[in-house]
Design a protein around this ligand. Sequence first.
Ligand code: EAX
Length: 330
Amino acid sequence: MTRSTQRPLRALRATLAALLATGAGLAAAQTVLKIGYTPPTASHYGVGATVFCDEITKGTANRYSCQHFPSSALGGEREMIEAVQLGTQDLVNTSTGPLGNFVPETRIVDIPFLFRDYEHARKVMDGPIGQELLKKMQAKGLVGLAWTENGFRHMTNSKRPIVQATDAAGLKLRTMENKVHMEGYKTFGLLPTPMAFPELFGALQQGTVDGQENPIPVILASKFSQVQKHLSLTGHVYSPAVIIVSAPVWSKLSEADKKVFTEAAKKAAVAQRKKVNDDEANGIAQLRKDGMQVVEKVDGDSFRKAVTPAYANFAKEFGADRIAAIQAVQ
Ligand code: EAX
């Protein structure tokens, strides 16, 4: 090699070294992850997502942070789960509404009147059954970090107070894109109309549907009192939620960072559930103030009786033993 070819080589080496240094600098710089959810920032989802993001920022010494996309800014829950599966969205805090279309095993927790109360539901989701379902998501390219919470769902409508199942009969009710819900609600005589959440407010306003069902925190945060007169505390189904991270993001994390993310999601769940508790405790008075007529004493047995025949199909789909195992959790 002559002197004249060595000099450009040395220069090239220096440039490469400089480039590598910049690359290393980039790797240590902040990665901003996109997290989406359908209700606004002030909702239980926003509370959970905020805790999650604060924790990962702290736990990774600023290497990771979040950009929030509340209020369906990235679309409905089905679209967001799909985007996380594709890796074009990093994180979602979503209900299980459309999740069964991706991970069919999770549908079991969407069975109406499966859970007795919040204590029961949270125990199942945090226990072996819920943790097993989180693992099932991995096979579908969805990394479920922890079960957060949407809450027990209650019916609202523009037509009449619902006290018993026969009052619900004939109402056109928006449902999530969830087969198990739809099958269950048909037994109440409702006409289930699946629709993505971002379209719901407009559909209620225009009367495309008579009603919808959602937990108190969603009814509050989405201001459904502006477009619905009647609220009945039917609590006909528990609506779990989950923080999911995309596989491309997950696979880049070190073991230590994975632990930070998982612990962050668990803390988010605690905060999100606390907000659900607070909204359940204070929200009904607020909704009354906002003009809703509230039926607190619903004839729950009339709904439970109506849905009993559908349990034969649920047993066929999920296994009677698995349903019984959830019911048996004390
Ligand atoms: O997760 O679609 C729904 O009704 C959900 O409950 C809402 O998006 C919050």
